[in-house]
Design a protein around this ligand. Structure first.
Ligand code: ATP
Ligand code: MG
Length: 257
């Protein structure tokens, strides 16, 4: 499925947060969204997911959902959003419980999602017994279990330490390459954006407008190869150039304010 934003704008009262966002996330594409703190990234994701009603423009999805998809749109949150009193398997099952599935199908979906995210041995553990990385695997497993048509991720790795982030990013990339779910990935981390995304949308400081869209021409599977190092370095330079000016302005604005 593709996701279309048409002239999306948002105001919280008098605060102008987003302005004139027009973009289409193609079927099977991963679009990263970067931009300075407070520029409206999470608001845009909320609008895409239908959690926030935009004050201007509209968002819609088009096309056929993938086989077995139970939800058009699913989130992965920065803070994992797990229920502490439920086991790992039960947290994953949560996403399925309001669908009319028979018990066997539900259990098979949970098992599959746990296997794909490396959580099989942790199925009976509780969130507090897990490391941050394992907790976010549960968040990802829960999203995968419903086979969403569109996956929305708001800084899913930013609460993790650098090594865990790197490991989880590589595992997530492998999962994404196998399923190619249409995805929007909000991050502050340009390295993550360049590793995962087909295109990277750079937002300006608030009110967030599309400043630039950087296409990453190198296929994800090749990006870590030595042969791609030069092309990736040039893209990183281009991206940093686009982000830097906005970040400087945004930081100054906070300091002055
Ligand atoms: N429910 C709300 N009511 C009022 N203002 C809000 C609300 N949610 C967010 N804001 C404000 O809107 C602006 C954009 O917030 P948003 O969370 O979308 O930005 P962001 O780009 O995700 O920021 P960050 O990089 O820090 O996650 C911020 O100034 C924020 O304080
Ligand atoms: Mg945010």
């Amino acid at each position: 499925m593709r996701l279309v934003c048409e002239s999306v704008g948002h105001k919280y009262g008098a605060l102008d947060v987003l302005d004139g966002i027009g973009l289409t996330v193609a079927d099977g594409e991963c679009l990263a969204v970067v931009g300075p703190s407070g520029c409206g990234k999470s608001t845009l994701l909320g609008i895409m997911g239908g959690l926030v009603e935009p004050t201007a423009g509209r968002v819609f999805v088009e096309g056929a959902a993938p086989a077995g998809s139970l939800n058009p749109i699913t989130y992965v949150f920065q803070d994992f959003a797990l229920l502490p009193w439920r086991s790992v398997a039960s947290n994953v099952a949560l996403a399925l419980e309001h669908h009319p599935l028979d018990a066997q199908v539900l259990a098979a979906r949970v098992d599959d999602a746990l296997a794909r995210t490396g959580l099989r041995e942790f199925r009976d553990a509780f969130p507090k017994q897990l490391s941050g990385g394992m907790r976010q695997r549960v968040g990802i497993a829960r999203a995968l279990a419903v086979a969403p048509a569109v996956l929305l991720m708001d800084e899913p790795l930013s609460a993790l330490d650098a090594q865990t982030r790197e490991l989880l990013m590589e595992d997530f990339l492998a999962l994404w390459l196998a399923a190619r779910t249409t995805s929007v990935y909000v991050t502050h981390n340009l390295h993550e954006a360049l590793r995962l995304a087909d295109r990277i949308c750079v937002l300006s400081r608030r009110p967030g407008r599309i400043k630039q869209i950087v296409g990453v021409g190198v296929p994800q599977a090749d990006r870590a190869l030595p042969a791609a190092a030069r092309a990736m370095a040039e893209l990183a330079e281009q991206l940093w150039h686009a982000v830097r000016a906005e970040a400087v302005d945004a930081e100054r604005e906070v300091a002055d304010g």
